[in-house]
Design a protein around this ligand. Structure first.
Ligand code: XMP
Length: 509
């Protein structure tokens, strides 16, 4: 398999770069510059190397540098941002502190084309993020682009196959970024584009099969996308030696626990243990009303249930975690249970295992979904909307009771059904119901009654860091409201949440 090394100097876009390379059907792996030596790089047979950006100045005392022998290997190299300055500095060019301010954001780049910039127009917009700049290119390098502020925005030494750009081709704001990467990967490195998700999955399965042999692997299967995909991959590699523990905490949506069990045990023949822990979780949540306390209680209970199950299984060699790249970026660690932050950190300390497996660590969510499809996981699971680890507990305001959860499950199921029936699920990113603790007056058979208030929430979002409320057609809301008040007893009022994030959050708690 052709592969590209992303030699990471701590740049904010390193992972994005890997993804952009994979989008061009070439496999890319990221290695921190401290973790890989030149001889290993040569041995691995990389088709090309990309030196990433970074936040240092090349002449800082602690700035990351790399063995100059790398530049003599003949492997094509592309430096981006800091990577470009590092090439220039190492090869004897002049890199200086900027005195005229930094370039940040969209900047016009002027170029008259080159091998790397083949097809690049004379003037185009690229994304810049740098304080220092290359004042003079090293001997042997041509300057192939510049900006108003930056005399050297791209360099190349065709003979030695070394290229650099001060701008960021991996960022979507760079108009011709894909072209630059394409030129590097296909024209300079000579890649043919042999990477597809199917071939990657096949290879991963083989790798794990060879590596794990008959070792025992444990996975906490939540039924969410990440843990399901990680588990499926491992199941294909080691079969029954993968033991999945699915904790039914009673906080899942209507029919969800049975669906997960049916799918993984009956359809895919997983070695699956379903733990009915509904009562334990309810007990643990008794009297708790504050969101953070709920999260903490659920997380603690999960760890203790999981620990008990793991002890019953006996000696385990590996623990699989569905960590994906955003978990690594945002939290600096993985996520096994679907809980945010450090809430699940307890799990690794209570399970006795030799090593952790994180097969999705380098992948973005949409890549994980595509991997899930390649593994044969049904579309409705692979493309499902996010569901918080603490489940309905944080959508049921105030103290949790079995009755309130049942009501919420019914309301939520009706709302989701109506959205899906009308095909509106294609236009909204996440939709669900919240059971408030606000009582409201209603009229039933001409008699005034006191009932509960539910909220319907639907949002559109790319990354859930910000979100807007979905403009669901009134008819869909109307139908959902009618059904909820007539089919679920005790509900006197249905309201629709029209707050974006910020200032609100997606969830109510
Ligand atoms: P907020 O409410 O923070 O939600 O705007 C953003 C996204 O994160 C989900 N969410 C959670 N996911 N554990 C999770 O795994 C949690 O505790 C949690 N809280 C919120 C939420 O559903 C939305 O998609």
């Amino acid at each position: 398999m052709e592969k590209i090394l992303i030699l990471d100097f701590g740049g904010q876009y390193s992972r994005l770069t890997a993804r952009k390379v994979r989008e061009q059907n070439i496999y890319a792996e990221i290695k921190p510059y401290t973790k890989v030596m030149v001889d290993e790089i040569v041995k691995e047979g990389y088709k090309g190397i990309i030196l990433t950006g970074g936040s240092f100045s090349v002449f800082d005392k602690d700035a990351p540098h790399y063995d100059p022998a790398l530049f003599k290997t003949g492997i094509p190299i592309l430096g981006i941002g800091y990577g470009c300055q590092l090439i220039a500095y190492t090869a004897g060019g002049k890199v200086t502190y900027s005195d005229g301010g930094s370039e940040y954001g969209k900047v016009e780049v002027i170029s008259d084309g080159s091998t790397l910039l083949d097809g690049f127009p004379a003037v185009s917009v690229s994304w810049m993020s740098h304080r220092n700049y290359i004042k003079e290119a090293p001997i042997g390098f041509n300057v192939t682009a510049y900006t108003e502020f930056c005399p050297v925005a791209a360099i190349e030494d065709e003979e030695r196959n070394i290229y650099g750009v001060q701008f960021h081709p991996e960022v979507s704001h760079t108009e011709y970024g894909e072209l630059v990467l394409h030129n590097f990967l296909y024209n300079i490195c000579g890649c043919s584009g042999d990477w597809t998700m199917d071939s990657f999955v096949e290879r991963k399965i083989e790798e794990y099969r060879d590596m794990l042999g008959d070792k025992k692997v444990l996975c906490a299967l939540s039924g969410g996308v990440d843990s399901s995909v990680a588990a499926m991959l491992l199941h294909k590699a080691v079969g029954d030696n993968l033991i999945c523990v699915f904790v039914d905490n009673g906080l899942l949506r209507k029919g969800e626990a049975d669906y997960v069990e049916r799918l993984f045990r009956d359809t895919f023949n997983f070695n699956l243990i379903r733990v009915d822990a509904k009562d334990r979780f309810l007990n643990k949540l008794k009297g708790i009303t504050q969101p953070d306390d709920k999260r903490k209680a659920i997380s603690e209970e999960f760890v203790s249930v999981f620990e008990e199950e793991a002890k019953k299984i006996g000696k385990l060699n590996y623990l699989v975690q569905g960590t994906i790249i955003t978990d690594v970026i945002e939290r600096g660690s993985g996520d096994i249970t679907g809980f945010k932050g450090s809430e699940n950190s307890g799990i690794t300390s209570v399970i006795d295992f030799d090593a952790m497996l994180e097969p999705l660590r380098d992948l973005f969510k949409d890549e994980v979904r595509r991997m899930g499809q390649a593994l044969g996981i049904p579309k409705d699971l692979v493309w499902r909307q996010p569901f918080p680890g603490p489940g309905l507990a944080i959508r049921c305001i105030g103290e949790i009771t079995a009755e309130k959860l049942d009501i919420l499950r019914e309301v939520d199921a009706i709302f989701r059904e109506e959205i899906e029936k009308t095909g509106y699920d294609r236009y909204t990113s996440q939709y669900f119901a919240v059971l408030t603790d606000t009582k409201s007056i209603g009229v039933l058979d001409d008699v005034r009654t006191v009932g509960m208030t539910v909220v319907l929430r639907a949002v559109n979002s790319d990354d859930f860091v910000t979100a807007d409320w979905s403009r669901i057609p009134y008819e869909v809301l109307e139908k959902a409201s009618e059904r909820i008040t007539s089919e679920v007893s005790g509900i006197t009022r249905v309201v629709y949440d029209i707050t974006p994030k910020p200032p609100a959050t997606v969830e109510w708690e």
